[in-house]
Design a protein around this ligand. Structure first.
Ligand SMILES: Nc1ncnc2c1ncn2[C@@H]1O[C@H](COP(=O)(O)OP(=O)(O)O)[C@@H](O)[C@H]1O
Ligand SMILES: [Mg+2]
Length: 352
């Protein structure tokens, strides 16, 4: 059997996946140590599901290699499947079974005896707080309950490695925090987790390490704190009258050497900063001195959109194709406050 000797329990080397014309993955190399929660953060279409499907042996890469627990996913998919659990983007549970039946059927698929499958289903139902609803058919469950059951189903086989593909997308805030709670409990039990998400706060809450994926490339990697240092702790949004927008933008450029992003359509300026309240105070003072009345000011946490703006520069920034260079380039631009390369202010279309 072909194995690799990396200490990582999940690792990929230069994974490429083409779907005809579409290059879903353009050479992704990742190492995930045992017991770690790795958050793969990226927008729709970035390649997250494709990578998960390759690791879960559901899809073959065009080139490159992937290993789970040291086993080559292409050489021995059956051995890999014994080690993993997968909860997909849309809950894969059968609507016409009850919650309990779902878990028992899953256990039988893992070759458990009927008795053992029933015993394990009971334990898991208790653990995920679904005991009361256990004998109702899944069709009557809320979105959050279905997602929890789907997570639970991938625990039946007691896998070493869990892949969770956008576990909370489409859930209301309450169900979302229920799923978060469940994931945190899993982690305490020592499972290694690879989870994908479109939400920065979710990666922040759950992941020890975060990889940012965009357009089939891993463009940045680090802990949540490292990522925040690159992005800034806070985001300030400032709206001024159209006649003041370029003056206001120039004033903001003097602050800390950050280049603000100007949305010319709405005259809204967005600025990342390490310290929101302090920067906000300075902004208000500068505007007052320049006799520019603010139409709106807000302080908020960074979103995925801000992460991408910080890591890749403007959406029109020159792409060298080298993710490190791309990220490093944008860090350099930020530090120098040098917006020349992107033609003055970084512009952003209206956010969608
Ligand atoms: N089976 C497929 N056939 C053709 N294109 C696909 C297929 N699966 C994914 N893609 C394309 O690959 C890219 C990455 O998709 P995906 O991995 O699903 O992204 P994500 O999960 O990050 O939203 C997208 O452009 C998507 O349209
Ligand atoms: Mg996906």
């Amino acid at each position: 059997m072909k194995t690799n000797d990396s200490k990582a329990i999940v690792s990929t080397r230069q994974i490429v996946k083409d779907f005809g014309e579409v290059e879903a993955l353009k050479g992704v190399t990742i190492d995930i140590p045992q017991g770690v929660v790795y958050g793969l953060l990226g927008p729709n279409g970035a390649g997250k599901t494709t990578l998960i499907r390759i690791l879960a042996t559901l899809l073959k890469p065009t080139s490159g290699s992937a290993y789970v627990a040291g086993i080559d996913v292409e050489a021995d998919p059956a051995a890999v499947r014994e080690k993993i659990g997968l909860a997909g983007q849309s809950a894969a549970v059968d609507k016409f079974l009850t919650g309990r039946e779902t878990l028992i059927v899953t256990g039988r698929l893992y070759n458990l005896t009927a008795l053992e499958a029933r015993r394990r289903a009971n334990v898991i139902l208790e653990r995920i707080d679904l005991s009361e609803a256990a004998d109702r058919i899944v069709k009557t469950y809320s979105g959050g309950m279905k997602r929890r059951l789907d997570l639970a189903a991938c625990l039946v086989g007691e896998p070493q490695v869990l892949f969770l593909d956008e576990p909370t997308t489409g859930l209301d805030p309450r169900s979302r925090s229920e799923v978060w709670k469940m994931i945190k409990e899993l982690v305490e039990k020592g499972a290694t987790l690879l989870l994908t998400t479109q939400y920065l706060d979710e990666a922040d809450q759950l992941a020890d390490r975060i990889g940012v994926i965009d357009n089939g490339l891993l463009i940045s990697e680090g802990t949540s704190d490292e990522l925040k240092k690159r992005v800034g702790q806070d985001v300030i949004e400032l709206q001024v009258g159209k006649e003041h927008q370029s003056t206001a933008a120039r004033l903001l450029e003097q602050l800390d050497g950050y280049s603000p992003a100007l949305d010319t359509a709405t005259s809204k300026l967005t600025l990342s900063t390490e310290s929101g309240p302090a920067t906000l105070t300075r902004i208000v003072r500068l505007l007052d001195e320049a006799h520019i009345p603010p139409l709106g000011v807000s302080l908020r946490e960074p979103t995925l959109d801000d992460v991408f703006l910080a890591l890749t520069g403007a959406t029109t920034a020159t792409d060298t194709g080298d993710p490190e260079e791309r990220a490093a380039g944008s860090r350099r631009r930020r530090r120098r406050g040098d917006a020349a390369r992107t033609g003055g202010l970084r512009r952003r279309g209206p956010s969608t």
